[in-house]
Design a protein around this ligand. Sequence first.
Ligand code: BG6
Length: 523
Amino acid sequence: MAQAAAPAPPCTVVIFGATGDLARRKLFPALYGLEREQLLAPQTRIVGVGRREKTDPEFRRELEDAVRKYSRFGLDAEVDWDSFVRRFSYFRLEMHDAEGYRRLAAYLQSLESEQGLPPRRVYYLSVMPVLFEPITVNLQRAGLVGKANGNGHEFFRLVIEKPFGYDLESAEQLNRQIRQVFREEQIYRIDHYLGKEMTQNISVIRFANTLFEPIWNNRYIDNVQITSSESVGVENRGEYYDKTGALRDMVQNHMLQLLSLVAMEPPESLDSEAVRDEKVRVLRSLVRWENPKEVLTNVVRGQYGPGMINNQFVPGYRNEPEVHPDSQTETFVAMRVFIDNERWRGVPFYIRTGKRLPVKATEIQVQFKHVPGLPYYRYPASLAGLSEPAYSNQMAAAIHPNRLVIRIQPLEGIYLEINAKSPGTHPQVTPVALDFCRNCTTPINSPEAYERLLYDVMRGDPTLFTRWDEVALAWQFIDPIEAVWASEPVDFPNYAAGTWGPAAAAELLARDGRHWWPVQNEN
Ligand code: BG6
């Protein structure tokens, strides 16, 4: 976000689930980040809604604690804390209590009339999905969402966290419930990977560079590898995770979103509908793995056993709190995906994600094809003082394919590997790296994903949010894989914590004569 950006228009942000983990770790620090960057309008009010009894001063103390711990700025001297915190208040509500919503309506109106503002609302549901329906229906009954067909309905926005459903059917049901009250253009479905700085950079790198734009296709690209690895385990989310697994938790949303951005055609404009239309086309062209043979050949699942991370012993997944001792849930997925269109036909996209892997890193690696008929393979061996086969093998091994790496986190940058001559008398080729790291030298990291996303909701820009058709198509890709897995149990655990998943993940590429490229910070 450029420093010069204007503050978002004033509004009232109502956070349901304001005493929860997400609010503390992400939403409050993000609002503080926006204030620090002067992107939060002074009249904007934030109302935390929760079931617990809490006074405003108590709520504000929790806010301070969260900002101190989790904000990228810490508590910063440049922010006038009093003027920031007085915009926050707490409202106690039982989520099923219709009368409570009427009181909430009166309360929000009083806040807005103090500011002399019309109602412009952002309802942020940071709660369990079972509460989506009662909350949205009650908001409507209490007259809190404007008139569905009246003017100004677009100023009532609904933000929803993932998971959006458990499969296509449950997602459709959830969507139907929400759509009884809100129109699609009022709904902002969060995929926080879209808010990451470098995710937004994917399109710029692709489309704004003559170096890459013309060669971004199957004539020049050999394969694409998308890795999102975590060294943490399931932390305190065992109950949720054990019902979910890596495929639903990471691939259905974040990984497929990254893939769509890498693969989409240039949108006709940067308008939110144009961009999302192109992403949808990619999702529609994904080759689906549906029968057991296809799934078992192209998709690898893993679950971690005990192992070592950073020289510390960590327990296996089945010993994590609230995880079933015989759990069949996968904590690792690797897969080979094809996109059946003119640009990408024949190019494998390899995806992998998992918990308790050696490092935390998200990267996109684009491997280009070798230059055909490269003269360096044919340099006369006698001049190099070597036998012919030994020499050409040596040369071939030295010539690496060009590789572009888009580093999304924790390092944010662009790494390009090209071939150059090493100093000396023969034309010895050696790979050299052009390495640009955005956050290696500046002390303060890029805006948190949630800063950007909250800012966009307040401005009414849904580009970085997932539209319903994207969600539905992603589930259509995931569901058949889940169905095959459910009928084909595996012997878990099958990788030790601190390793790169089961051996089958490496074999998936080895079969194609390829290997996973190391990611940042990997030894
Ligand atoms: C969430 C998943 O969506 O993304 C978590 O539910 C995962 O399991 C997290 O840890 C990873 O996000 P990030 O931003 O840390 O890569």
